[in-house]
Design a protein around this ligand. Structure first.
Ligand SMILES: [Zn+2]
Length: 312
């Protein structure tokens, strides 16, 4: 058996549909080796899938090579439980502790938004900065906080989840008109969460609310870039609704940099407009861009896991 020198870490990014599996030889670099369907309904089948991946790709590596996991859902540092609505098989299981035992190696687990924040804080757009917030503007809204290189997990793993709570405005001034904005019920049980209006699906809901027209977020964004009046109005509403809670988050934790992941981060002009909006309102001034697209918009889970797996 080879001696584990700690140089190699296996990484897995677990979503509701797929497990991405890779090998990292140094922090921030991961070679993706496999992609298999997530057995989301069954814990036993999930464990078997991980065992199969580790066996198939384990040749030439120490048997106790650590595994670092980025997963959908909230990871509680107190109980170890993962609350992932799209992976019901995780219910009632302490992921890190049970996998450490059954896979006979050190297994560390963090939420995918937290892994994105770790990746950006260590090897991305927030590299070396003291307080890095990673925000996800994907289908919904999520986030994670890294303080001096360390992930802040918080009670139940909830730290950085700025998209939930009754925070959206009920009225906006758009083109000198007062427009009512509904507070929508959210999957978390609250009403008025930014998660319902701030991500790509939220932008689509907002557009429908304002214009009674169903467009995809891509169509709305390209309409905005082409100066289509309806899309311009929707994006103006979106910038106000997202910019205000984000400014509050920046003020509360004194963020040095806010790095954006998720599908909407692939539109630099949209993130630049959000950055401008936020920097107009923060309590302390930011002469340089504060809200920027991430370096790891698509690979944040695996790259973040490569950082997580090397943290003590
Ligand atoms: Zn919510």
């Amino acid at each position: 058996m080879m001696v584990n020198t700690g140089t190699v870490v296996f990484c897995a990014d677990i979503g509701g549909s797929f497990i991405k599996f890779g090998l990292s030889r140094q922090q921030g670099e991961v070679t993706e080796l496999a992609r298999v369907a997530t057995p989301a309904q069954s814990w036993d089948e999930f464990v078997l899938a991980l065992q199969a991946l580790l066996t198939e790709h384990g040749d030439g590596h120490p048997e106790d090579t650590p595994l670092a996991i980025s997963t959908a859902g909230l990871v509680s540092p107190q109980s170890g439980e993962v609350m992932a609505t799209n992976i019901p098989g995780f219910a009632g299981h302490n992921l890190a502790a049970e996998l450490t035992q059954v896979l006979k190696r050190r297994v560390s687990v963090a939420n995918d938004a937290d892994c994105f924040a770790l990746a950006e804080a260590h090897v991305g757009e927030g590299m070396g900065l003291p307080i890095v917030v990673g925000i996800i503007l994907g289908t919904g809204v999520g986030g994670g906080i890294v303080f001096n290189g360390q992930l802040v997990r918080g009670h139940g793993g909830v730290a950085g989840e700025w998209g939930h709570g009754a925070i959206t405005r009920t009225e906006l001034v758009l083109d000198n008109n007062l427009v009512r904005i509904p507070r929508l019920p959210c999957g978390c049980g609250q009403t008025g969460c930014l998660d319902m209006l701030g991500g790509a699906r939220g932008m689509e809901r907002l557009h429908h609310e304002l214009h009674q027209q169903s467009l995809t977020s891509q169509q709305i964004i390209s309409g905005w870039q082409d100066e289509d009046a309806q899309s311009v109005l929707t994006i103006e509403a979106w910038l106000q609704l997202v910019g205000e809670p984000l400014t509050l988050l920046v003020n509360i934790i004194g963020a040095t940099k806010v790095v954006v992941g998720g599908g909407l981060a692939t539109v630099p002009r949209l993130i630049a407009a959000l950055d401008e909006r936020v920097r107009q309102s923060t309590l302390h001034s930011y002469p340089q861009p504060l809200v920027v697209p991430g370096k790891f918009v698509s690979q944040g889970g695996l790259v973040g896991a490569s950082v997580l797996g090397r943290q003590r």
